[in-house]
Design a protein around this ligand. Structure first.
Ligand code: ADP
Length: 443
C-alpha cells in the first residue's frame, strides 16, 4: 500500500470510531466518558503492538513479523522489508570482502594491512611465511615491533609523514632467514591505512650480483692481454726505436696474448651456446668411445712436453643419448685440465665404463691435489685455485663452468674428489635412461 492511502485509511477509521463514540455518548448523554474510553482503547492497542514490535525486533528466533492489521501491519511489513534488504546487502558485502581476501591471498606478494599507527589489521598467508607473522594472533600488534630492521622502520615513518607519496621499495634481510633478502613496498590504503607488500628477491639479487661479477671478470680477463699488446705497440711506435721490428720474443708474447683472448672469447661463446641450447638430449646418440679415441690422440699431442703416463679405459659398447658438441667439450676439459695441472711425469687415468647401472666418466691424476676450501667453488665462472698458473697454462677459468652446464643438460653433475699431495679425481655419471646401445651389424 502506498503511504497517502495508508494515512487516509487510518484517518477514516479513526473518524468512523469517533463518530460511533459520539453517537453512543449522545444516546447515553455521556459523550466525554465514551470518548475517554475510546482513547484508552486506542492507547492500549498501540501499546500492545509496540510491545509485540519490540519483542520481535529483539527476538533471535522469529524471522517473520507478528501479524497485525491497520497501520501496524504496514509498520511490521515495512521493517521486515528493510531487514530483508539489509540482510542481502550484508551478504553482498560479505561476498565482496571474501573476493578481496581471496584476491589478496592469490597475490604473489606478502600483504599486510596496518593502521596509520602501525597496528596490524590483516595479513595474507604469504606474509606469514615472508615476514614470520602469526595470524590472527598478531592482530592489533604494532608492525614496527615485529619487523625491527632500521630500513623498514625508516620507510614506515617516512610513509607516515608523506602518506600521499609512493616511496621507493626498500630491501631488508628476511626476519625468518637472514640469508634471504626481502623487498618492501608501502602503499597508502583506504582511510589512512597502509598496505605493506613484501617479496623475496634473493634470487634476483644473486643473479644481479652474478651479472656484475661476470662483467667485471670478463673485463679484467681481457684487459690484461690488451695491456700487454698495447705496451708492445707503443714501443714499436716510439721514434727512438727508429722503426725497428719487434724482437722474436716480443712477437711471441703478443701472439700468446692474442691466443689467450681468442681462447677466452671462444669459451664464452661455448658457454652462452650451452646456456641457450634447448635441444632434446634423447633425440641424439653420441658414440662416446669414438669421441674418446680422438680425445686420446689430442691428449698425446698435448702430453708431448709433459711426459705423463696417460691410460684410457673405455667400454666400447657404452653410448649415450646426448648432445655431441657439448659432451665433447665436457670430456675434453677434464682431460686437458688433468694434463695441465699435473706436474710433469704424472699419471692420468681416464675411464668410461658402466657402474651400478650408470655410465661413468672419470679422470684421475696424481697431481698436487686441491685444498678442500676451493672444491665447492671450482665450477664458478673464472674461479681458479692458482690464477697465475692457470693463466700461464692458457686457462680461462671457464672450463669447469662449461662442464657443469653441459652435465646439467644431461641429468648429471660433476663430482670432485681431491687430496693435497695425492691428486684429484673429476667424475660424473649419466643415469640409466640416457644409456644407448650400439646397434649390432647384420651378419
Ligand atoms: P682453467 O681454464 O683455469 O683451467 P677450469 O674451470 O677448467 O679453469 O678450472 C678451474 C680451476 O680448477 C683451475 O684454475 C685449477 O686451479 C683447478 N683445477 C682444475 N682441474 C684440476 C686438476 N686436475 N688438478 C688440480 N687443479 C685443477
Amino acid at each position: 500500500m502506498n503511504q497517502p492511502s495508508q494515512y487516509i485509511s487510518a484517518f477514516s477509521r479513526f473518524i468512523v470510531l469517533a463518530c460511533i463514540a459520539v453517537f453512543i455518548g449522545w444516546l447515553f448523554d455521556q459523550i466525554l466518558l465514551v470518548f475517554v474510553i475510546l482513547l484508552a482503547g486506542l492507547f492500549a492497542w498501540y501499546s500492545y503492538n509496540l510491545i509485540r514490535l519490540n519483542d520481535w525486533l529483539w527476538s533471535k528466533k522469529n524471522l517473520y513479523p507478528p501479524s497485525s492489521n491497520g497501520i501496524w501491519s504496514e509498520v511490521f511489513d515495512g521493517i521486515y522489508r528493510l531487514q530483508k534488504k539489509n540482510r542481502s546487502r550484508r551478504k553482498e558485502l560479505g561476498q565482496v570482502l571474501k573476493r578481496f581476501r581471496d584476491g589478496a591471498e592469490a597475490l604473489p606478494d606478502a600483504a599486510v594491512v596496518v593502521q596509520s599507527n602501525g597496528q596490524i589489521l590483516w595479513c595474507n598467508k604469504l606474509a606469514r611465511h615472508v615476514f614470520g607473522l602469526r595470524w590472527p594472533e598478531d592482530t592489533g600488534l604494532l608492525i614496527t615491533n615485529l619487523l625491527r630492521h632500521p630500513n623498514f622502520i625508516e620507510q614506515f615513518h617516512q610513509q607516515k609523514q608523506h602518506p600521499d607519496m609512493a616511496e621507493e621499495p626498500v630491501l631488508m634481510p628476511s626476519p625468518i632467514d637472514r640469508e634471504s633478502t626481502i623487498e618492501i613496498r608501502m602503499v597508502p590504503y583506504a582511510l589512512g591505512q597502509l598496505l605493506i607488500l613484501g617479496r623475496d628477491v634473493t634470487q634476483m639479487q644473486r643473479l644481479n650480483q652474478m651479472r656484475k661479477d661476470f662483467i667485471a671478470n670478463v673485463s679484467h680477463e681481457l684487459r690484461t692481454p690488451l695491456t700487454v699488446l698495447q705496451g708492445y705497440l707503443e714501443m714499436m711506435q716510439d721514434p727512438e726505436m727508429g722503426g725497428a721490428l719487434p724482437s722474436t720474443r716480443a712477437v711471441g708474447m703478443m701472439s700468446d696474448q692474442c691466443d689467450r683472448m681468442f681462447n677466452l672469447v671462444n669459451q664464452l661463446l661455448v658457454l652462452s651456446r650451452i646456456e641457450a641450447n634447448r635441444d632434446n638430449v634423447y633425440e641424439h646418440i653420441v658414440d662416446v668411445p669414438a669421441m674418446l679415441m680422438l680425445l686420446e690422440k689430442e691428449a698425446e699431442q698435448l702430453n708431448l712436453d709433459r711426459q705423463h703416463t696417460i691410460t684410457f679405459n673405455v667400454d666400447q659398447n657404452l653410448l649415450i643419448h646426448g648432445l655431441e658438441d657439448e659432451l665433447r667439450s665436457a670430456f675434453t676439459n677434464l682431460v686437458k685440465n688433468a694434463i695441465r695441472y699435473t706436474p710433469n711425469g704424472g699419471e692420468i687415468h681416464v675411464c668410461w665404463c658402466k657402474q651400478d647401472n650408470q655410465a661413468k666418466f672419470s679422470v684421475k691424476d696424481n697431481g698436487d691435489g686441491i685444498e678442500v676450501q676451493h672444491l665447492s667453488r671450482l665450477t664458478e665462472r673464472f674461479y681458479r685455485v692458482d690464477k697465475a698458473r692457470s693463466r700461464s697454462t692458457g686457462g680461462s677459468g671457464l672450463g669447469l663452468s662449461i662442464v657443469k652446464h653441459v652435465l646439467a643438460h644431461h641429468k648429471s653433475q660433476l663430482e670432485i674428489e681431491s687430496e693435497v699431495g695425492l691428486g684429484s679425481c673429476f667424475s660424473f655419471e649419466f643415469p640409466l635412461d640416457l644409456i644407448a646401445h650400439r646397434r649390432k651389424r647384420k651378419a
